[in-house]
Design a protein around this ligand. Sequence first.
Ligand SMILES: Nc1ncnc2c1ncn2[C@@H]1O[C@H](COP(=O)(O)OP(=O)(O)O)[C@@H](O)[C@H]1O
Ligand SMILES: [Mg+2]
Length: 1016
Amino acid sequence: MFADLTGFTSLAEGLDPETLRTFQNALFETMAQAVARYDGFVEKFVGDAVMAVFGAPRAHEDDPLRALEAAQAMMQHVDALSASWAPRLGRPVTLHIGVHTGAVVAGSLGHGAGSAYAVTGDTVNTASRLLSAAAPGTVLVSEATHAMVWHRFEFAPAAELALRGKTQAVRVHRLIGVRSELASARGLADLGLAAPLVGRGEAIAQLLAAFDRMQGGQAQVVSVVGEAGAGKSRLLAELLARLATDSRFAATGVRRAACSSLGEPTYATFGALFREAYRVDADDSLEVARHKLQQGLRALGADADETDAVAQVLNYLLGIEAARPSDIEPEQLQRQITLAARALLERRLAQQPLMVVVDDLQWADAASVDLLGEVVDQLADRPLLLLVSQRPDARPLRSGRAPCSTIELGPLDDADARALVSHLLGAPADAGIKAVRDLVVARAGGNPLFVEEIVRSLAIGGALVRTHERWACAARYDALDVPATLYGLLLSRIDRLGAEDRRALQEAAVLGAEFDSALLQRIASEPRTLEAALQRLASADLIRADAAAEPSSPRWRFTHALLHDVVYQNLLLTRRTELHQRTGRALEALLDAAAPAPIDGEGRSPRRLAELEALGHHWSLSPDKLRGARYLLAAGDWARAVYANDDAIRHYERALRTLTEAAVDPATAAPGSESEREIAQLDARERLADLLGLQGLRSEALAHYDTVTGAVERRPDPVRAARVLRKVGGLHWEAGERERAGACFRAGLEHLGDDGDPIERAHLFQEMGRLAFRAGDNATALALAQRALDEVPVDAAERTRAASVVRAEACNTLGVALARLGRPAEAVAHIESSVAQAEASHLLQAACRGYTNLGVLYASLDPQRSIETCLRGLATAKKVGDLGFQSRLYANLAVAYCALTNRCEAEGIAAARAAASLDRRLGLLDHLAVPLIVLGQIYQCHGDHAHAFASYSEALQLAEQIDEPQLLFPCYDGLATLYLDTGRAEQAETYLAMAQAVCERAGLEPDALMVLPFLC
Ligand SMILES: Nc1ncnc2c1ncn2[C@@H]1O[C@H](COP(=O)(O)OP(=O)(O)O)[C@@H](O)[C@H]1O
Ligand SMILES: [Mg+2]
């Protein structure tokens, strides 16, 4: 908050310096008092302006409210000051004020004696700009502040304002004053978010039971205890609403008071109860109040003495400043106050049972709390129910004589929390909403307020949108920010801690929302006192022991994910970075101790994925980002090796991001690490692209490969260049672009030259061989596949895996070409050998191809075996995550079911459709013709001519585009027979001729194609 006097300079010009100085002192004093009253911090006085901070050095849950209360108080006090100074100043003076809310960097600036606590950052600049824009006598607040206080204060309609130094106009709000009525439920209803009470059945039952006992003439004290947002106020409101339909309740009086987080003056809480009873308004004078009270008491049957006794201490009870201080001894005074309070209550209780409800008792003044306890004690045998709510760390309300019970409002269980989100968002939920719901439940940790605020911030942030009375999940959202409305609440819990506990909590936060005691011990700055600090943090309910952890390695978790985030985000970047580095080192040391191999270097990396992830996480947030990226790459490889492709993608993407960050931070780069960084970046990109391609995200994959190719031009690496070209060629071929694919393979060979890596060269020959096969040139396919096999060095032992891949693939190509050349026995032998090699080296993708082809080749020999092989292939393709093979296998299965079994209707059609829809979704145009042909054949077989025509025609278009004989032939042939079936001999002739022509051109036997439909 910035506040300053308007027109100070011109005032200073016309004034005697000494007068000016006296005035200035009075002004600063006034302003400082207003700030202090709301526990703010005067950061500095500049000229005639004050800069005050609310939320630092110590946060409260309601700092924005405090700032505006202080602003209002300042305005009023300065008006008073102006009135008394106007004669000497020659004119009235007034303030203008600007308030903004946001993150700042807070701490000591400078060194030694000259250092001072200071707050810096863009938030400060914005507040000062708001000050400049505020007209004399006004308070201008930003949108961010407005969002946190609008339920308590009233504002003029928002205006757009161009602020100096800001490129975009900002929305500002001019403060008018305190709202006469509090807005309900923090504006959730305006957003269309509302929910009935979920759970809490037992708590309500307990409350009703206490109510019944009270009706029986026994005073009751019931405390509802729960952390902020647990639902205390809501529970009290629900109880009252439920009782409203109860006949006994009609005769029960209710007094309600809610204590304010800004603090209550002495007896204010107690006074509030009586103000309500006797309709004493806030601005009634003592005289008016006395009058109202006398009337009220008389109506209740009190005599003059009694009324007098109350009137004497009424100013205390109502919190009204008396003109004359009381000359009664303090102890006597207190006795009198107690007596009066008791008399008031007693009178009322003589008429009817009474329920006194005090919400947020933790903020009540101590005098009121004592008084309440005392009075209940004295009226223990009357129908009085004192129902209070409070937070767990507050002093409990005690009564020696009336039975006291406590209702603990713990977190909602997951089912209730989910129900709450479902109510807020309304049924029915689609999959997107369900995912949001689970995320909210996980983040909120069973706190209903957190649930609401997270949902609200998602709605305001646009992740959730409401259309036609329904919520839908809009954009992609990853991590969720802590809702601004909860930030202060959570931060205040941390700021309340002692320095040692806070430090322990911060260090724990660097480890994560769940953390390991032993690891924390290793990075803690005070390891010796750590255990005690953790125990204290647990009793303050900030962390909890993880019950599922092994007793030998205790683990803890933050009670709320949000709490963790706030602690973490409030660490300064430098400290955070340093702590991550410490953690990275500690983890390496721990793992070293477990396995005596060093962490760095080839082949010696820790094996477990979780360890790699943790190392990657901490190092990538440390100054040594390159080290982090290497661990992330290793984690990706690890996940990839077990076909956890989504995880692998995540790790590679993060590695890439980390490396990009490392690039913009050359200060932290070690000498010579730049080239290492670039290489790591290429690795991450290439491996990411491999996986994206597998998942059918072809254009994303191509973009990454292109970047790699571009980089290789600057930093020659022929093997990588050739490899990437081969992969790019594969992607083109999948999209039906045979020419481009061939060009890529040839370019790859060129890059490699004659003495380049033999295995990569083998790969390229083998790919070209497959391409030749698909183009119908079986002789060339045979030659190229054989060439590939010859290229692989016999002693390729140290690179067994890479060599096995080529061998398995080349054998497969040999097999399919032989099959087409009418040599089925050799074909099966080669492909079986391909599968055997692939299985031996766990090359599941190569195995998939083998299964696909064997499924076709077995079809004529052993139908059952064919189906089994296809199913086995399908399971493997699913495991690998290769959607392309899944579609091929579905198509083959369809053929097998329909041609060889009577399960065409039941399973064949479904399989063919599954294949076609996968191909369409993934844009696999080189294959889509296959399931279409299969479908055409099935429809034709069932006499459904219209559908058969449609399927064949679409297939034919695709087949002509890629010009592949094994696809063209069945289209022509199918259409020819269809025309025959429908009696159009002429057209049938034409297509028959075309079918023959294809076979002649490719040197194929039509019969071979009938039996062996599609090989790859
Ligand atoms: N059991 C519940 N079912 C549905 N909404 C709830 C429930 N408990 C609390 N809420 C909602 O959560 C928010 C926070 O509850 P509140 O009663 O204000 O918490 P507290 O008084 O404990 O700080 C409110 O908007 C309230 O309506
Ligand atoms: Mg409350």
